[in-house]
Design a protein around this ligand. Sequence first.
Ligand code: NAP
Length: 322
Amino acid sequence: MILILCPMRVLVTGGSGLVGRAIQHIVKEEGGGKEGEEWTFLSSKDANLMNMEETRAVFQKHRPTHIIHLAAMVGGLFKNMRVNLDFWRNNIYINDNVLQAAHEVGVVKVVSCLSTCIFPDKTTYPIDETMIHNGPPHESNFGYAYAKRMIDVHNRAYFQQHGRYYTAVIPTNVFGPHDNFSIEDGHVLPGLIHKAYIAQKEGKPLVVWGSGTPRRQFIYSLDLARLFLWVLREYNEVEPIILSVGEEDEVSIKEAADAVVAALGFKGEVVYDTSKADGQFKKTASNAKLLRYLPNFSFTPFNKALKDTCDWFVANYDTARK
Ligand SMILES: NC(=O)c1ccc[n+]([C@@H]2O[C@H](COP(=O)([O-])OP(=O)(O)OC[C@H]3O[C@@H](n4cnc5c(N)ncnc54)[C@H](OP(=O)(O)O)[C@@H]3O)[C@@H](O)[C@H]2O)c1
């Protein structure tokens, strides 16, 4: 018998964003790519994935066998609260186009990206993979949450109707180099880093939005990238999998702010603006399923990952997304 090894052509949508750049780093600079794999990283300049014809064209051009689907309209609490309709429509279009075009060109595996912030607001803890559809999401981000939940519906339906192994991962809050450090529109950690950087420069207090009491699990983008490669190559379930640090690693926003202060060496006062929304109080997720597969996976310690991210931001201030 002659065994013909087909090359694995991996197309990464959203390859220019926070998570996409981390996967590029692991694949290209840390030897994470394997022989026989071809990697292509797309940005919105290559194709607007909200448009089906552009999506089909870029998939036909690259003929991927595997896809990591990251492209999405993404933003922090305050942007979500402002434009729920845009989050719903843009993400629904992108996901429907990507999954259908993948099916049409015969992609054998797609790994899409959900988020722990799409889980029901009223829930028991810890949250696990079986609970995605158990009740309404937090009202602050219902557009994004429902659009993301529909990826799981897509995946189950592509499997049922076409036998496709399209799956999804569920990361917690991600942070790292190349994040969106916008104070108005970004996530809490990059927003805090940017605010602390400016406060330090101007000799002003660091104003943290909200009470500081909500709790979050943060995953470093490079850890998430390593886990994505494992899911792509070895995880064979259609059911999604939570990619998160442990429940014991959850931190309050106040603890996160204190860590940013320490990482940047900020010397000023820290004040909490309680007139600003807190968002969902917590979303504590269980990584038990991940640990059953990868009991020895080692996450970068939060303070080290945060220091590296702050150093990156300071070194790249002029060009960083903000
Ligand atoms: N960041 C988090 O904390 C977090 C947490 C859980 C899950 N996730 C999920 O992880 C994935 C990656 O998030 P991220 O934080 O890396 O986001 P990001 O930094 O904002 O990057 C978004 C990516 O999507 C691309 N994109 C956006 N709209 C597009 C369109 N219409 N057509 C084609 N490409 C488009 C962007 O391209 P351009 O660079 O050209 O704009 C960019 O590459 C998303 O699915 C997100 O929902 C993120």
